[in-house]
Write a protein that binds this ligand. Structure first.
Ligand SMILES: [Zn+2]
Ligand SMILES: [Zn+2]
Length: 170
């Protein structure tokens, strides 16, 4: 199994490296791609934000078992004001945005990015949102939610992931 990390725009290298380290919980070969430009036509001038769909389409074109886009810009998907990320349920492509996750403490910044990435990858493994607020699959509507939840799947989410894709239990 191969997981591509595809940065879009100016994503700090230390944040991508920390993300790759956090994703080593999965039994996948991780490849970090060079940053590419923000997809053309993804910018919504009325909203001043970028369409998450456009990043998903770009990720879906890459050849790997999973493709995780990491966008430097703020993304949205109707009807939400913004999204921290988006993914195809049971699909290959996922994208997160780091635009709202920054923190002066790099470790904290990195943790937020890892949580949203592990969450979106969970969707590609077929998971939906979890009612356990500490589970990484609980929905984040704000940074507070992101900071409150953990980096791990709860036991019932873990059990719902196909065995071949399941991360190691602690
Ligand atoms: Zn979600
Ligand atoms: Zn859960």
């Amino acid at each position: 199994m191969r997981l591509l990390i595809q940065p879009f725009g100016n994503v700090p290298v230390d944040i991508i490296d920390a993300l790759a380290a956090s994703l080593s919980i999965f039994d996948m070969e991780i490849e970090i791609r060079n940053s590419i430009s923000i997809p053309r036509d993804s910018y919504d001038t009325r909203r001043g934000q970028y369409r998450a769909d456009a990043f998903m389409e770009a990720c879906a074109q890459a050849d790997a078992d999973r493709v995780l886009g990491v966008a430097a810009v703020d993304i949205f998907a109707e009807p939400l004001k913004f999204v921290f990320g988006q993914a195809e349920i049971g699909g290959r492509a996922a994208v997160i945005s780091i635009a709202r996750l920054a923190h002066r403490d790099r470790a904290k910044f990195g943790q937020r990015v890892a949580k949203e990435a592990i969450h979106e990858l969970g969707h590609t493994f077929g998971l939906t949102h979890c009612s356990d607020p500490k589970c990484v699959m609980s929905f984040s509507n704000s940074l507070e939610d992101t900071d409150h939840k953990g980096m791990r799947y709860c036991d019932s989410c873990l059990d719902a992931i196909p065995t071949a894709l399941r991360p190691r239990r602690r």
